[in-house]
Design a protein around this ligand. Sequence first.
Ligand SMILES: *Cc1c(COP(=O)(O)O)cnc(C)c1O
Length: 297
Amino acid sequence: MNTERIFIQNIESEWLKDSNVMLDILRLDELHPVVSGNKWFKLKNYLQKSQQEGYKTVATFGGAFSNHIIATAFACKESGLQSVGFIRGEQAEVLSHTLLYARSLGMQLIFLNREKYRQKDEVKYAYRNEAWYFIDEGGYGTEGALGAAGILEFVELTNYTHIISSVGTGTMLAGLIMAAHVHQHIIGISSMKGNTALYDDIIKLLPQNKQHAEFTIFHDYHFGGYAKHPPVLLAFINEAWKQFQLPLDIIYTGKLFFAVMDLVTKSYFPKNSNVLMIHSGGLQGNRSLQKNELSFL
Ligand SMILES: *Cc1c(COP(=O)(O)O)cnc(C)c1O
């Protein structure tokens, strides 16, 4: 992991000029080609805690294409911890790139049918072991949010009026809210369809003094649902690469950048806004596509 690779990309385009909005993108995707930028930040505190408390193994949950599973396998290997991944669904005959890579990093994979996977507390109980430290799916939790707050240490924070990022569990957004100044507006773009629990999930992670922080979540940029990536989205991602050399992923950042462009075009941001978009990584998820679907794969 090389945080020196993180950089800020300024985007110049007609739609920004027309609306008088400045847009910078924090390129966390540069951190590592496979390990998602934000997952790395979310995991840091959990791993530290598990080591301080003497655990030998970190166990967590995720699907067959989960950025969180890979990041956990990678970070554990780097920290000298064993890792276990509880994977949603029966084991497929051919494992996904994600799972093969996680296994090559030393992660033990345990497949659970969807019914069992849903009962996470029962899984934790069945596999309880004093040497095992459990991290929730997607790294959701206060430690994860505190880790994600560190993302904003890579920018001159006072420069920005708005900070916008993609949202899965909301852990990263909670971290951004923690780190932001009072006058800054934090916006999340949910990749899921109708995840109405999100707002409360985020509030739960915030400390007392941030309970009343204002933030906005948009639920209408999911392109059909969490893992859905219709041709219009793929075409948009290819165009972003062509115009800005900006590599986006099909689950999170492609939808995010689309939302940013749409909101700018619709004059959501007041004139002279300085917007920071967080590119949280996730590019490994694109490997589930066919070779010719994206121009930069
Ligand atoms: C996991 C992930 C997210 C979502 O983060 P949450 O903290 O779960 O909201 C966003 N972007 C990328 C690239 C991710 O891998």
